[in-house]
Write a protein that binds this ligand. Structure first.
Ligand code: PLP
Length: 392
């Protein structure tokens, strides 16, 4: 496929037009734990990579390989490795790359479980983790003092902060670090961190990539050498993606462009609408001119994404009153699916944190994350109008 091919086209086509064995246009689900060989030499040749094929489902299988290949194509990298969940991808990446004595830099604003990995789990392995404020300047100041791995999430969950990937990747590379970017919120439709210097790009596939809230997955894209290292760690530790979920990811990628473009437009309209609403104190959405990261977002993103967050003037009490009055948006912990989902940080992105840990992470409990689906925007605005009525 040519380099100029559009993102939506890439998401639909892998390059091959139909399954080589069955001629099926869609990728078959190969629901098998093991693959049989006619003789030991063929088996050994597959093991050595001299022949295409699979041996055992924890190592690889055709459906997950196709999902990985399509993601690498979408992120503009040479290779990809798939996982059972997004957190398996985050953990697998960090544990495969970091060793006792290494120094990793991450930010306070990040998905809650990722924040806990850096603040609690990795230090217990003897890895020094410096978790800094989510600004380019704060990151640059600590990277300068030495860094083996820089971990960025942009936009962040749920505060929608923007980090300058190109700038920070430049600094991190000078310090000799690998740069990992969680691209879950942007999706490859809106942002390609590899073009901006990131070494490894990871996703919770459970979100926009799946888009239908019916499967979980993770995926990491990067160059062949890094991905081989991650793959080795994944095949030994076991968080493989199951065939049916891999099939659902491939099915969903075909509509990724359509869904994300619609979600970009809807989120922009809702963010503008909420910014003017008397009951709303603050809206966080990188597409708004007033967002502190707007200029950087314009430079590094093609669209601003389908998630926004907001604070109500009435604080926690207003959130308790308003959210149950929503009739269309689901009170649910996922995001990026075709149904709009909404919830406070304490019950969504930061549900795994105690109240004290949430306070330390700096994410306000009553911040409401609103992830738009593909419903008609007028209906979503009516829904919000109804829920916020009388709160100003
Ligand atoms: C930005 C981000 N990264 C990683 C994850 C983890 O993904 P999963 O829930 O698939 O393990 C999430 C989950 O919400 C997320 O929002």
């Amino acid at each position: 496929m040519s380099d100029k091919t559009g993102h939506s086209t890439r998401a639909v086509h892998l390059g091959a037009s139909a399954d080589a064995n069955t001629r099926a246009v869609t990728t078959p689900v190969v629901q098998a734990a093991a693959y049989a060989f006619p003789d030991l030499d063929t088996w050994r040749a597959v093991l050595a990579g001299e022949l295409d094929g699979d041996i055992y489902g924890r190592n690889s299988h055709p459906t997950e390989r196709q999902f990985g290949e399509r993601m690498a194509l979408l992120e503009g990298t040479a290779a990809a490795v798939t996982y059972s969940t997004g957190m398996a991808a985050v953990t697998g990446t960090l544990l495969a790359l970091l060793w006792p004595g290494d120094r990793a830099v991450a930010t306070r604003d990040a998905y809650g479980a990722t924040y806990l990995l850096f603040s609690q789990i990795l230090p217990s392995f003897g890895i020094e983790c410096v978790v800094v404020d989510t600004t380019d300047d704060a990151i640059r100041a600590v990277v300068e003092d030495g860094c083996d791995l820089l971990y960025l999430e942009t936009p962040t969950n749920p505060t929608l902060k923007i980090l300058d990937i190109e700038l920070l990747a430049g600094d991190a590379h000078e310090a000799g670090a690998k740069v990992v970017v969680d691209n879950t919120f942007a999706t490859p439709i809106n942002q390609n961190p590899a073009e901006l210097g990131a070494d490894l790009i990871l996703h919770s596939g459970t979100k926009f990539l799946c888009g239908h809230g019916d499967a979980m997955a993770g995926v990491v894209c990067g160059d062949a050498e890094d991905i081989a290292r991650l793959y080795r760690y994944r095949e030994l530790t076991g968080p493989a993606l199951d065939p049916h979920s891999a099939f659902l990811m491939l099915r969903s990628l075909k509509t990724l462009g359509l869904r994300v473009e619609r979600q970009n437009a809807t989120a922009a309209t809702i963010a503008a609408y909420l910014s003017e609403h008397a009951a709303v104190k603050r809206v966080h959405y990188p597409g708004l001119d007033s967002h502190p990261g707007h200029q950087v977002a314009r430079r590094q993103m093609r669209g601003f994404g389908g998630v926004l967050s907001f604070e109500l003037r009435g604080g926690a009490e207003a959130v308790e009153r308003a959210l149950p009055r929503l009739r269309l948006a689901n009170l649910a912990a996922n995001l990026g699916q075709v149904e709009t989902t909404v919830g406070p940080a304490s019950l969504t992105s930061h549900i795994e944190l105690s109240a004290e840990e949430r306070a330390a992470s700096g994410v306000p409990d009553h911040l409401v994350r609103y992830a738009v689906g593909i419903e008609d925007v007028a209906d979503l605005m009516d829904d919000l109008d109804h829920a916020l009525d009388g709160l100003d």
